[in-house]
Design a protein around this ligand. Structure first.
Ligand SMILES: Nc1ncnc2c1ncn2[C@@H]1O[C@H](COP(=O)(O)OP(=O)(O)O)[C@@H](O)[C@H]1O
Ligand SMILES: [Mg+2]
Length: 365
């Protein structure tokens, strides 16, 4: 059994279903992320785990114990919020000591545990500072130290880095990964930022309208999205809708032929059994698409002729939008790794786009 089990949990606000029959298990020691757009129910689910809110249906089980009757302070769970929620009139050490003092830990132990917790977040030197003297990143580290000092079984983090700028966020992401590894405490992390989720997590539950659309490891969420929503929400993705014309019998990975309006017949991998005549989409990441100025049809590849509609230079990479001769748009992402290179093609250039059959994968409608 998983350390934390969410079983058929539902939460309604009037007629609105904020969390809709969610079931999932979080393993001990795992960095588990709830990822989804604003309003999909992430915070509501987290609040029910913490005990700040109650489910209308289902149960939350930690270490085999149903938490239904436990108030927040009795749950071995702590929460870190985006807003830090530090006590402004207390020093850094005072903030971290607070939960220990509430638990009547004796003074010598408080000092020792506070020092260790501050070392853990590299703030040993700031023990006597006040929150207003700290940067946003430092404040968040204090909040994390305060949450960890009582050694909860599970740490809940609700968009803890959302208020920080990009550079600092990246630095704290690396610190969080290391901290979680060091302390070994199970993290349930909430974010709407897909890059952050991919970088931090052992597993990700992608949520949409209160439901979990896919629960998988980051590489599978990115490489094998199961639904159109997941494909579209996680990074850039071409989605070609069409009708299945043929299925190459399963063996070492089945392939489907799909007739796509404006593009023609393309071939893609499928994980699930599909019948000819059914509808669906092929999800294809732009970085899997090559474009070239000459026709070079390789073995085992889809190809289409068209022209460059527009492109977006992003420094390390350039995103090209190719309009196939049939009218379908195909996005291709090319690395500008050659020094000084800013673009390969101009808008209007005739090009060919090509990608391997198994670069795209089929999502049933
Ligand atoms: N106390 C509440 N009363 C009414 N609606 C709420 C309440 N809390 C959350 N909601 C609604 O539930 C949905 C999910 O909210 P939330 O869990 O905060 O989403 P997220 O954290 O994913 O952005 C939103 O549409 C929100 O407006
Ligand atoms: Mg939220």
């Amino acid at each position: 059994m998983a350390l934390l089990e969410i079983r058929n949990v539902t939460r309604r606000f009037g007629d609105f279903v904020a969390v809709d029959d969610v079931s999932l298990g979080v393993e001990a020691g795992e960095f588990f992320t709830l990822l989804g757009p604003s309003g999909c129910g992430k915070t509501t689910l987290l609040r029910m785990i913490a005990g700040f809110d109650q489910p209308d249906g289902g149960s939350i089980v930690l270490d085999g114990n149903d938490l239904a009757d436990d108030p927040p302070e009795r749950r071995p769970v702590r929460t870190v919020f985006q807003s830090y929620a530090l006590f402004p009139h207390m020093t850094v050490a005072g903030n971290v000591a607070f939960p220990l003092r509430m638990a009547k830990v004796d003074a010598a132990d408080v000092r020792r545990q506070v020092a260790a917790a501050l070392e853990g977040v590299q703030l040993g030197a700031k023990a006597d500072r006040y929150p207003h003297e700290l940067s946003g990143g430092q404040k968040q580290r204090v909040a994390i130290a305060r949450a960890l000092v009582t050694k909860p079984r599970v740490l809940l983090l609700d968009e803890p880095l959302a208020a920080l700028d990009a550079k600092l966020r990246e630095q704290l992401q690396i610190e969080l990964i290391n901290l979680q590894k060091d302390v070994g405490i199970t993290f349930v992390y909430v974010t709407h930022d897909q890059t952050e989720a991919l970088a931090l997590s052992h597993r990700i539950a992608v949520m949409n309208h209160g439901r979990v659309e896919q629960l998988d490891e980051p590489s599978r969420i990115y490489g094998f999205p199961r639904t159109r929503f997941v494909a579209d929400f996680i990074g850039h993705c071409n989605l070609f809708d069409g009708t299945v014309a043929a299925v190459t019998p399963a063996g070492q990975g089945a392939l489907v032929d799909l007739d796509v309006a404006g593009l023609g017949r393309i071939r893609a991998a499928t994980r699930e059994a599909v019948a000819p005549g059914s509808r669906g989409s092929v999800a294809l990441r732009p970085e899997k698409v090559r474009i070239s100025g000459t026709l070079t049809q390789g073995e085992g590849e889809n190809h289409c002729a068209g022209h460059v509609r527009e492109f977006l230079y992003m420094g390390d990479v350039t995103m090209y939008v190719v309009e196939a001769n049939g009218g379908q748009r195909v996005e291709a992402l090319l690395a500008n790794s050659e020094s000084g290179r800013t673009k390969f093609f101009e808008a209007g250039d005739a090009v060919e786009a090509a990608w391997r059959f198994d670069a795209g994968h089929f999502i049933p409608a």
